[in-house]
Design a protein around this ligand. Sequence first.
Ligand code: SF4
Length: 256
Amino acid sequence: MALLGNLFNIQKFSINDGPGIRTTVFFKGCPLRCGWCANPESQNRNAAKADAMSDAAYRGRAYTVAEVMAVAMQDADFYAESGGGITLSGGEVLQQMDFAKALIDAAHAEGLHVAVETTGFAPPERFRSFLPYPDLFLYDFKHYDREIHRAHTGVDNDVILENLRAVVHAQRPVIARIPVIPRFNVGIRHARGLAGALSQIGVREVHLLPFHQFGENKYEALGIDYAWKGVPQLRPEALENYRRVFLDAGLDCSFK
Ligand code: SF4
């Protein structure tokens, strides 16, 4: 029987999910529950059942590797010209690791560059088996403080830190991605904590993702309470001092 992956979107012409022009493949299912999540439809893995009351566009469906590759290869010329490729995102890719590995193998067989955006929240032994697969890890790092991380995402950051150390130790290309979120990690104190933790681990490059409200309508459609409703979005211009902390720590840091 063909290996199937539960996906909720395949987005073409992405320019913020790794180098060049990319097709981003969104995996359904996430072990975290970040209150500000812009893709709440990604959180539940069970596409057909748990989201039965929601809009069909949010349910996702099962895909074979061949189906995803057929879509991805439509833009192969753009990847070649721009230095792009495909990005696996979510949700959490590592929750469907076998499908992700098979998809990456198929993409590599076509000569495509593959980035994987991940929370890093996976059993360390399983995670280590995944290390050789992506050409680039886009590694979400939300908070350095274990308890604050748990309070706002539902899980502590022990495993996330351990797996990030494994990425660096294995010398795999990695960019840390920090969602900059009001009431969670905005503020110079938090920037210092994040920059310090990443420097100590040996990460060299950081993307800052300022909070936005792109997901607000989805919460209404899904009938889920949204604790960040009405919170103003953050603009990069207002976060220059925040970014400066990372630069001063010797990190290459830019907004995405
Ligand atoms: S890790 Fe990402 S996809 Fe998962 S709940 Fe948090 S913001 Fe949403």
